[in-house]
Design a protein around this ligand. Structure first.
Ligand SMILES: C[S@@+](CC[C@H](N)C(=O)[O-])C[C@H]1O[C@@H](n2cnc3c(N)ncnc32)[C@H](O)[C@@H]1O
Ligand SMILES: Nc1nc2[nH]cc(C(=O)O)c2c(=O)[nH]1
Ligand code: SF4
Ligand SMILES: [Mg+2]
Length: 222
């Protein structure tokens, strides 16, 4: 039976990506293969991170009990969890659920896309300020569509310039949904808007993490 290390599970509004503002049930797995400078969930990536071990069926039952139809799998890095394919399939088979995976952009999504077209992926592109850019898997941009999203979490003008160039090089604004978000507290959102205007970034959305404005930005479980 598939078992997963779950750092936290909760119901909230989704603060990010395509379903921002809608209710969602979150499953946050422990452990990550990257170490972004700005990571706001480093605690879930530590070797001694708190977790409960749940089977795929227990995760599914929890999701159904909440009555919430949008599901966000996050972490940590969800796509490096052993047997995540089994969980994705189980969730995708329930046509009431809308499943989204927040992934760091380093993991090849081809096998997951081949498994089901009912799961949406939000792929981060890790910009220079994250220190993790060399890990990006560019072939992913051949599989994404309008259900999916590519997110650029930016902390500087250099990050924004890189985002602009990658969006154009891979026509991400044509294929998918594109978001630019500030690294929380690191860059003034006004500067992002100015950059978008100067660079005529049509088809790109600025997104602020809603939950960090509703609750204390350090708060877990929201
Ligand atoms: C914590 S990560 C977990 C999922 C996956 N590992 C990833 O990086 O996409 C979820 C999202 O939070 C974003 N994030 C993490 N720290 C942030 C911060 N300080 N400010 C803004 N966004 C942040 C990440 O870039 C990612 O889009
Ligand atoms: N409310 C809320 N929305 C979110 N959307 C993506 C999140 C994440 O950490 O992946 C997240 C999160 O941590 N909280
Ligand atoms: S990939 Fe995601 S979870 Fe991992 S360190 Fe970066 S932001 Fe944090
Ligand atoms: Mg978060």
């Amino acid at each position: 039976m598939a078992k997963f290390k779950v750092a936290e599970r909760f119901v909230s509004i989704n603060g990010e990506s395509v379903k921002a503002g809608e209710l969602a049930v979150f499953i946050r797995f422990t452990g990550c293969n990257l170490n972004c400078s700005y990571c706001d969930t480093k605690w879930a990536n530590e070797a001694d991170a708190p977790y409960e071990e749940l089977t795929d069926e227990e995760i599914y039952d929890y999701i159904k009990r909440t009555g919430v139809r949008n599901v966000t799998l996050t972490g940590g890095e969800p796509l490096i969890q052993k047997d995540i394919d089994k969980l994705l399939l189980m969730l995708a088979m329930d046509e009431e659920l809308q499943v989204e995976v927040e992934t760091n952009g380093s993991v090849d999504i081809a096998e997951f896309k081949a498994l089901t077209d009912r799961v949406a992926f939000t792929l981060d592109y890790k910009l220079p300020g994250s220190g993790m850019e060399s890990n990006m898997c560019f072939s992913n941009y051949n599989y994404i569509d309008k259900k999916d999203a590519v997110k650029f979490v930016s902390g500087s003008i250099k990050d924004l310039e890189t985002a602009r160039d990658i969006i154009h090089e891979w026509a991400l604004d044509i294929k998918s949904n594109v978001y630019i978000s500030p690294v929380y507290g690191k860059i003034n959102p006004e500067d992002i808007v100015d950059f978008m205007i100067e660079n005529e970034m049509n088809g790109v959305k600025l997104q602020l993490q809603l939950h960090k404005y509703i609750w204390d930005p350090e708060m877990r479980g929201v």
